[in-house]
Design a binder for this molecule. Structure first.
Ligand code: GDP
Ligand code: MN
Length: 403
């Protein structure tokens, strides 16, 4: 699950990670008050107004309606409301949002942390993520902060340092120091960075995250180290342990069909093809997508109805697939292990009748416990549903209806 920058910064702060302080608002009329509060708290006289969307590249991105960037600097209290107004409610397009962009419902008013002082502020890159191939967490760091890390990785990979952390042992002092040293830090900034890395790692583990990306981490002109930006992805499978984090979910940032599927306990991913598929089990779903391709179709989606395929889940699956106008046929491929095929067949017939006017061909392949009874129920239902027991027959039928 992705969360917004302002939410991620709250989590980081609760673990003692220093962050650029900010106040989130959903209306430009509240922006000046937020800025005043920041001024009282931090003494800052300049502010940054930051669009809150689940995508990066906001600084260079443009709000369609006003031409404003997604991250802008306000050099006085009075400038804040106008700058917020130019972003709030607008559609922000960045290189990560696609052409259609994302609607901005909230902005973060933050203190300016790039103030002048004894040294120049300097941006760094820091991320922590799970390296599945090594069964370890990996910390990646670079002196090339503020830029797209993909570009740094492509053009100057030697500027990214990596340190693998064994989860059973945890982050060791020498590792944090190695990273701070590789970033060329010394003196107080070095110590601050080591502390920063430790707190950040604690936050990553404590929140059961699968990715933290802090770009940029800033060394201020007075040698403080803090997070200016924060992109956090929480492991969905651990969310049950974090009721407080669950509440941070912003459904307006997610695909409506995927949200609806989630409510019915289905895992659905929309794709661009023309054959809708409904399958139980992720592995079988992948194999089904392969067979659709082999028969000349393209899968319109991935849909795993899970272990208990019944009339309700089948109906929910049908409704979600049918919302996609590209779908020309539906292939239902269910393996009756714990769930019996006759029960699934009854579910399909029931759901089909209940939805009514389904005018595209449906091929049902039921295999496993009571497969024959299942096929019989489908065939005798009198509906425009074709049934198959062998996957290759099902594929042939898909091919037939597509041509
Ligand atoms: P992103 O573009 O979505 O990654 O958003 P960031 O939070 O990383 O901000 C983008 C850029 O805005 C940063 O790389 C900085 O250059 C700039 N920025 C962020 N905070 C401040 C600030 O406090 N003062 C100034 N002057 N610039 C800032
Ligand atoms: Mn950033």
């Amino acid at each position: 699950m992705n969360i917004h920058e302002y939410q991620a910064k709250e989590i980081l702060k609760s673990y003692g990670v220093r962050v650029q302080t900010g106040v989130v608002v959903d209306d430009a009329s509240k922006a000046q008050e937020a800025a005043k509060k920041l001024n009282a708290e931090t003494g800052t006289e300049w502010f940054v107004v930051k669009a809150q969307i689940h995508a990066g590249g906001r600084g260079k991105g443009k709000v369609q309606e006003t031409g404003s960037n997604g991250v802008v600097l306000a050099k006085s209290l009075d400038e804040v409301p106008e700058k917020a107004k130019n972003i709030l409610g607008g559609t922000l397009v960045t290189h990560q949002t696609g052409e259609e962009g994302k609607k901005v419902n909230k902005v973060l008013i933050a203190e300016d942390v790039y103030y002048p002082g004894a040294s120049e502020p300097k941006e760094y890159y820091l991320s922590i993520l799970l390296d599945r191939s090594k069964s370890c967490n990996v910390i990646m760091a670079s002196t090339e902060g503020g830029m797209d890390i993909e570009d740094v990785a492509a053009n100057t990979p030697e500027k990214i340092v990596k340190e693998w952390i064994d989860p059973a042992i945890g982050l060791q002092g020498f590792q944090a120091r190695k990273i701070a040293f590789a970033l060329g830090l010394e003196g107080n900034a070095f110590k601050e960075m080591v502390k920063f890395i430790f707190s950040l790692y604690k936050a990553y583990e404590g929140s059961d995250s699968s990715m933290f990306e802090i770009n940029p981490v800033l060394k201020t002109s007075d040698d403080k180290i803090l997070a200016v930006d924060a992109k956090v992805n929480i492991d969905d499978n651990a969310l049950y342990r974090h009721k407080d984090i669950q509440e941070l979910r912003d459904l307006s940032e997610e695909d409506p069909a995927e949200v609806e599927a989630g409510k019915s306990g289905l895992s659905y991913v929309k794709l661009d093809g023309n054959v809708g598929c409904m399958v139980n089990g992720a592995g079988l779903a992948m194999a089904t997508m392969d067979i659709i391709k082999l028969s000349g179709g393209e899968p319109a989606n991935f849909l795993d109805v899970g272990g208990g395929a019944n009339a309700e889940t089948v109906e929910a699956g049908f409704r979600i697939i049918l919302k996609d106008p590209n779908v020309k046929a539906i292939l239902i491929n269910i393996f009756g292990g714990i769930v019996r095929c006759d029960r699934v067949a009854n579910g399909v017939v029931e759901a089909y009748k209940k939805i009514g006017n389904i005018d595209i061909p449906i091929i049902v392949r039921l295999q496993g416990t009571n497969a024959e009874e299942g096929a019989k129920i489908i065939e005798e239902s009198g509906l425009k549903v074709a049934s198959a027991i062998l996957l290759k027959d099902a594929a042939a039928k898909v091919k037939e209806v597509l041509s």
